[in-house]
Design a protein around this ligand. Structure first.
Ligand SMILES: [Zn+2]
Length: 362
């Protein structure tokens, strides 16, 4: 059944190789996971590259392999940098509650204003995703204006990661892993296991990047849209649990679903097939939308930088070790289970790592 689902999604797709809130925050501990599985992040990045106009495509395509590795680095950093986690999510419920208390939306407040007013604990509870993206917008635009290819590539990969995370519904809610609704495990199920079942390996059709008059509203709209989809993500899984008797939810083994290490009971094929059937189209749509958003973000930075001429670069044109460092970091990082999070150029990309609430936060 699962194979049938996978092939159905492939049909017809063209082969394209392709705050304000230093105040007492109202929720308890918030812990979020990493975002799309590694394979999805790479697929988003590659698809974004092929969504670029001809002025940008040569540079990005010339370092496609680097970008596909570098876009994974933010998740890698979570293992070593305690400040990294909050950049991957926003807890919308907290944001809305504080806005209500203050009788004003603070979403529009700029990064430089927000950051100094938040302690580390507040950042972990609220999440810093939108503000971090706005900071990256400034940095990437500056890098393009000064035509520094290494900076452009590095910052573009960062944007690709965080903006893709903003499209994941469970990265926008306090109920990030279904822990408030007795659905523990749904985070990894939606963003890592189901994509493996429903996405084609690399054959999605790109959508042409578009200039955005203002990226800040686009970022907030993206997050708000993702938040509105949380209910759909949860309800579909609840439906499967009602439809299937509990003894059919899992297999006798533990620790792996669809070839992906989870450390949790293994979902049965029937459970996965039913959930994929209901939620698969959303996953595919969100992944494609992620790629379009990333490409549009890059393109907007380039236009705002004055449309500088960007030319392809070879590895030798980049600073010594620039690419090697990323290569090394993506082949040796253990995940939470101690398994190898192999993320370099193998099909295991899709199985890499347990994205089910890793050690990104406190
Ligand atoms: Zn992430």
């Amino acid at each position: 059944m699962i194979n049938k689902l996978g092939s159905a999604y492939r049909t017809g797709q063209v082969v394209f190789r392709i705050m304000v809130i230093g105040l007492g925050l109202l929720f308890g501990q918030v812990q979020q996971a990493a975002g799309w599985g590694f394979g999805c992040h790479q697929q988003v990045t590659e698809l974004a590259i092929y969504s670029l106009p001809k002025e940008l495509l040569p540079l990005y395509r010339s370092q496609l392999d680097y970008l596909k590795l570098a876009c994974l680095q933010p998740d890698k950093r979570r293992y070593v940098n305690p400040a990294e986690g909050p950049r991957h999510y926003l807890t919308t419920e907290i944001l809305d509650r504080v806005s209500e208390q203050q009788n004003r939306p603070f979403w529009a407040q700029p990064y430089d204003s927000v950051m100094p007013r938040l302690g580390m604990a507040d950042r972990h509870r609220l999440g810093m995703l939108p503000w971090h993206l706005m900071s990256l917008k400034q940095q990437l635009t500056a890098a393009m204006a000064s035509r520094k290819p290494a900076d452009i590539l590095y910052l573009s990969a960062e944007v690709a990661h965080y903006l893709a995370d903003a499209h994941v519904p469970l990265h926008t809610t306090a109920n990030y892993n279904g822990q408030l609704t007795n659905q523990a495990g749904i985070h990894g199920l939606w963003e890592t296991i189901i994509p493996r079942l429903v996405l084609p390996p690399a054959n999605l059709m790109p959508t042409k990047a578009q200039y955005q008059d203002a990226l800040q509203p686009m970022i907030w709209q993206t997050i708000r849209q993702s938040y509105q989809e949380v209910d759909t993500v949860l309800r579909a899984e609840q439906w499967v649990r009602r439809y299937l008797p509990p003894e059919l939810w899992y297999t006798a083994t533990t620790g792996q679903s669809a070839g992906i290490k989870t450390g949790r009971p293994t979902y049965s094929d029937r459970f996965l097939g039913l959930y994929a059937d209901r939620i698969g189209p959303m996953v595919v749509r969100k992944l494609r939308l992620s790629a379009w958003s990333v490409a549009s973000f890059w393109y907007t930075c380039w236009v705002d930088a004055g449309q500088p001429r960007l030319i392809p670069v070879r590895e030798g044109d980049l600073p010594p070790g620039f690419v090697d460092e990323v290569r090394a970091n993506t082949t040796q990082q253990p995940n939470r289970d101690g398994a190898e999070a192999s993320t370099a150029n193998t099909d295991q990309n899709k199985a890499a790592s347990d994205h089910d609430c890793g050690p990104c936060c406190h």
